[in-house]
Design a protein around this ligand. Structure first.
Ligand SMILES: Cc1ncc(COP(=O)(O)O)c(C=O)c1O
Length: 458
């Protein structure tokens, strides 16, 4: 038996209170069990503190930026204070702009729409689709999956050095988009080094912090990234907001992401019958329409809660949980954990794996139906990365239902377990126990495919 480093961990903080901790779910085998939410990488539960803050503010909710009434002014103040709080949380530069968006996907699409003409984009094939796909009008170079953080930097440097030269003889604008922590392997990417490489070659860099910000402090200044994007719902603030923060120049020079009220400072009718518009130069330029004040307020509340809890403490606790899961899975020879950078790479609480002889959808369905554990299965919106890690062909996609990967065969999908500041030890202990039991004893129930998903055959 392996010696558990988790068992000798120093005194750890308690999990942060989150909603849903006392929710029970039915088991197909009978009875109910407390739900173990182990899909934080998709959406984390709301922090109780965030919920309480939103509930306290809700009676005072009012229209933002437009109303003359007291509650409108209060809401406007809260909205703008939220902007300042989140900018502080991200350690933004004084002249950075912080735009409230709907999500990371929205933030990166906004930046894609604001690229200067002729901008070349460099992105690793390992990225989440939100980082891989928004650059429609740009010339995109997709970089092969690196196998070490050092290789990532070398690959980027080579690609930037070889980039096309414009007719004037110089390099045009370029943007590198990189994740801070992989949504598949949980591994941390060498963001500071990639930023240095980008800048050395006259390029800019945007950090996809969707999986990093909920687990580690993100300092725009220290990492020296030009922009950062993240989502509220992965940061314990599930009220439909996200953030894009960073350099103001490209954002100011771009057409508004959405055209409409709020983004426009002045609109006048021309003599020829048309309309002239003066757009705002501030973040409002890209926030047309009535902003999601509760979404922004909830993100600010989550930022405060995480800062007050202290990332050192949160990281220590998460490491303890990661060690428990990884050591537990290492004891099951049929389990293979997916990794790009190897066992020793620093990581967040996101772990993907396959189980020999099991269809991942079947396995995930059994974890839910028989143990009350919510994980995720599939390719996690990072199809090229997962296929690279599984060694499967591009056209393959695992079907749900009966086991498809016989011993020795390659799985076509993976299972992902993910956790964070609200996860109690019991959830990961139950998960490790369930994996072991399913592998050694098999599922207790029968399953079938319905609408492409594996479900208990009830
Ligand atoms: C690394 C990464 N980037 C971007 C996204 C997209 O986030 P959202 O769906 O909130 O836009 C995700 C979501 O899983 C992610 O994991």
């Amino acid at each position: 038996m392996s010696v558990s480093t988790a068992a000798v961990a120093p005194s750890l903080c308690a999990p942060l209170p989150v909603l849903g901790g006392d929710v029970t779910v039915p088991l197909v085998t009978g009875g109910e069990v407390a739900y173990a939410a182990l899909d934080y990488a998709a959406s984390a539960p709301a922090l109780q503190r965030v919920w309480d803050d939103v509930a306290a503010y809700a009676p005072y909710y009012g229209s933002v930026h437009r109303g003359a009434g007291y509650l409108s002014q209060l809401s406007t103040d809260l909205f703008e204070n939220a902007r300042r709080t989140v900018a502080e949380f991200l350690d933004c530069r004084a002249d950075d702009q912080l735009v409230f968006t709907r999500s990371t996907t929205d933030s990166l699409n906004l930046l894609a729409a604001a690229l200067p003409a002729g901008c070349q984009v460099f992105v690793f094939e390992t990225e989440h689709h939100a980082s891989l796909l928004p650059w429609r009008d740009a010339r995109v170079t997709y970089l092969d999956a690196p196998r070490t953080p050092g290789q990532a930097v070398e690959t980027l440097e080579r690609a930037l050095a070889a980039r096309a030269v414009s007719i004037e003889g110089g390099h045009g604008p370029a943007l590198v988009c990189v994740t801070g922590a992989s949504n598949v392997t949980g591994e941390l990417w060498p963001v500071r080094e990639l930023a240095a490489a980008a800048h050395a070659h006259g390029a800019r860099i945007v950090l996809d912090a969707a999986q990093l910000a909920p687990h580690h402090p993100v300092s725009v200044r220290d990492l020296d990234v030009d922009w950062v994007a993240f989502s509220g719902h992965k940061l314990y603030a599930p009220f439909g907001s996200g953030v894009l923060a960073g350099r103001a120049d490209w954002l100011r020079a771009a057409d508004p992401y959405l055209a409409g009220g709020g983004a426009s400072r002045k609109v006048t009718r021309r003599e020829d019958g048309g309309v002239d518009v003066e757009w705002h130069d501030s973040a409002a330029r890209h926030e047309a329409g009535s902003p999601n004040v509760i979404g922004a307020y909830s993100i600010a509340s989550a930022c405060k809660a995480l800062t007050e809890a202290g990332f050192d403490t949160l990281v220590a606790r998460e490491r303890h949980l990661i060690a428990k899961v990884r050591e537990g899975l290492a004891d099951v020879p049929e389990v293979r954990i997916l990794s790009l950078f190897g066992d020793d790479a620093p990581r967040v609480g996101v772990i993907s794996f396959v189980v020999e002889g099991w269809n991942s959808s079947h396995f995930a369905a059994a974890l839910s139906a028989e143990y009350g554990i919510g994980v995720r299965d599939g390719l996690f919106c990072a199809h090229p990365l997962v296929r690279t890690l599984l060694g499967t062909a591009p056209e393959t996609q695992g079907e749900c239902g009966a086991p498809e990967a016989a011993p020795g065969e390659k799985s076509l999908n993976a299972i992902r377990v993910s956790f964070g500041a609200g996860t109690p030890d019991e959830h990961v202990d139950r998960f490790v126990h369930a994996v072991r039991e399913l592998v050694t004893q098999g599922a207790k129930w029968r399953y079938r495919t319905e609408d492409g998903r594996c479900v208990p055959a009830v």
